[in-house]
Design a binder for this molecule. Structure first.
Ligand code: ADP
Ligand code: MG
Length: 240
């Protein structure tokens, strides 16, 4: 579903992604961990071409993302992304936040789009908030709206970049539960998170990054009990 081969990326002189090789299968949940500044967000943003590569090959759902001629809007239609900050439109009701892209981009009628929106709001457990404005919701509820908004495009891949980092601690669980349910349904997911409990329980694979490189790729049990690499060991010591 996602294939990085010898991907390199720079910001000016700064080598932010260094020889990235990573294959992600359909239905897999890959959790990316590593110190701040190691390139996790950049890696994720390459997948829907919010960032361009310097060299290497990146294929996402048979689409060559490294190729400048690719239709990136078409690519992005198939990839949902959820950020740390939910980026909801504050002046639009919850339901209108969700129907916007399906109407505009997929060409759904308002009626169809609202039906879909309510379905996904129900899925994330807040259908009753449909007619409210984002500011009337808690952080955890807003993030669940952001997830419903992503799902309403019926993507084949969902990317999550620290989706719980901006939340009050008591709201982290409700968002992780929604993500876990999505994983159980077989969604292909790439998740950057510091929630090691979630990583251990939900991930099929852990990818550990440091200084722009993938240092270790392991199954969660192996990664958390006996990481192979010294840098991974040090990282875990600090976060666990
Ligand atoms: P992470 O998500 O692991 O914290 P990022 O991918 O956000 O790491 O960033 C990796 C490095 O690249 C950081 O040192 C960051 O300062 C730098 N960086 C990120 N975005 C840019 C940018 N647009 N221009 C220049 N440097 C950037
Ligand atoms: Mg980041």
């Amino acid at each position: 579903m996602i294939s990085f081969r010898q991907v390199e990326k720079y910001y000016g002189d700064f080598h932010v992604l260094n020889n990235i090789n990573l294959q992600i299968e359909q239905g897999e949940v890959v959790v990316v961990v590593g110190p701040s500044g190691s390139g996790k967000s950049t890696l994720l943003r390459c997948i829907n071409r919010l960032e361009a590569l310097k060299s290497g090959e990146l294929i996402v759902n048979d689409v060559p993302v490294h190729d400048k001629k690719t239709d990136f809007n078409k690519l992005r239609r198939n990839i949902g992304m959820v950020f740390q900050h939910f980026n909801l439109y504050p002046h639009k009701k919850v339901i209108d936040n969700i129907t916007l892209a399906p109407i505009k981009v997929l060409g759904l009628s308002r009626q169809e789009a609202e039906k879909t929106a309510l379905y996904y709001l129900d899925k994330v457990g807040i259908q009753e908030k449909a007619q409210q404005y984002p500011s009337q919701l808690s952080g955890g509820q807003q993030q669940r709206v952001a997830i419903a908004r992503g799902l309403a495009m019926k993507p084949e891949i969902m990317l999550f970049d620290e989706p719980t980092s901006a939340l009050d601690p008591e709201m982290v669980g409700e968002v992780l539960d929604v993500m876990k349910a999505l994983a159980d349904e077989g969604m292909t997911m790439v998740v950057v998170t510091h929630e090691m409990g979630f990583a251990r329980e939900v991930a099929d694979r852990i990818v550990f990054m440091d200084k722009g490189q993938i240092i270790e790729e392991s199954e969660p049990e192996a990664f958390f009990t006996e990481p192979r690499e010294e840098r991974a060991r040090l990282f875990l010591k600090r976060v666990l």
